[in-house]
Design a binder for this molecule. Structure first.
Ligand code: ASP
Length: 316
């Protein structure tokens, strides 16, 4: 018996979902569909939270996290704090496919691996992202001119600036954040993938939930797959995606499974406890989402769709 393919994604995944569904519709694998969808999102220069065009860390460098998890085997591949490679989702895939007994590579090791495996390099900091970075730097310290100047002033000066910047980042209005994609193919395989530039002005070397299994991403074909967007530290502290999948395993409906995880995160003593969104998919194609904010949505495509259909996330 074949499964009816479906692909779902967070806000701004609409750039990539049609390509993913195109593959699924023609018998393609969930893994290929997730990778194809996320690569297009990573290439979207308008999107400042993923891939090329992503907003940089406090030092003005774009550092990317991405991961992918396979439902049937719970195979997992991820990269964290990778610089200079525009398609971290493909490097994450290569980690589990080509590097036995490795799940996660970070920083210079991940870049070495990507280089050795022949992944293309690119300048990820666009002029627009540079402008946004400079503007964010300017208000509290007009004497700091840009990322090169920050680094050049010495470590102490730099550290103060970095910490100021990190503190200055407030969640934006609108659908900002990591992109999550979950696909179910006709063989019944499910795959979850996530890609992000992390939150803007993060401390250099900071790796978020998008590279960590059980937190920003989880997939177990017996129950379903889940992924998170928003303050990664919140989903790390509650092991968010794993919590959602555990709730599915207990028989909770998809939206309720998502909502229960957010409710747990919201109990933590943190100003950003409600800054989280999540979505999930079950092995029979049921889906749901929840968000700490009102008005948040997610996208769905089935074989019958011509364009992604937008669903509301259940508010916390
Ligand atoms: N979850 C991401 C992170 O913490 C941020 C985001 O969704 O924008 O790196």
């Amino acid at each position: 018996m074949t499964t009816r393919p479906i692909i779902i994604g967070s806000e701004r995944s609409e750039v990539g979902l049609p390509a993913g569904m195109d593959l699924l519709r023609h018998g393609g694998s969930a893994l290929d569909a997730v990778e194809a969808a996320l690569r297009l999102c990573e290439d979207n220069l308008e999107d400042h939270y993923v891939g090329t065009g992503g907003l940089p860390n406090a030092r003005g460098e774009v550092e990317l996290d991405a991961s992918v998890m396979i439902g049937s085997s719970r195979a997992f591949g991820a990269v964290g704090a990778v610089r200079g490679f525009p398609h971290p989702i493909s490097i994450a895939r290569a980690v589990f496919e080509r590097l036995p007994q490795h799940c996660l590579l970070v920083g210079s090791g991940a870049e070495l691996f990507a280089e050795e495996q022949g992944f293309e390099r690119a300048e990820l900091l666009t002029d627009e992202a540079k402008r946004l970075f400079r503007e964010s730097l300017a208000p509290s310290d007009e004497s700091v001119e840009g990322e090169k100047t920050v680094a050049a002033r010495g470590d102490d000066r730099y550290r103060v600036t970095a910490i100021e910047l990190v503190k200055r980042f407030r969640p934006h209005d609108g659908p900002w954040g990591t992109i999550n994609v979950i696909a179910l193919d006709e063989s019944g395989e499910m795959v979850v993938g996530v890609s992000t530039s992390g939150y803007p002005w993060k401390y250099p070397g900071r790796v978020g939930d998008s590279a960590l299994p059980g937190t920003g991403i989880y997939c177990d074909l017996r129950y379903g797959g889940a992924a998170c967007t928003g303050r990664g530290e919140m989903s790390m502290r509650v092991t968010g995606a794993r919590m959602v999948v555990d709730a599915l395993a207990r028989g909770e409906a998809p939206s309720q499974a998502c909502r229960l995880m957010l409710a747990e995160a919201a109990t933590l003593p943190d100003a950003y406890a409600a800054e989280l969104r999540t979505l999930c998919l079950t092995p029979v194609g049921q889906h749901g989402g929840a968000a700490g904010q009102r008005g948040s949505t997610y996208n769905v495509m089935t074989t019958a769709s011509t364009v992604p259909e937008v669903f509301p996330r259940t508010p916390l």
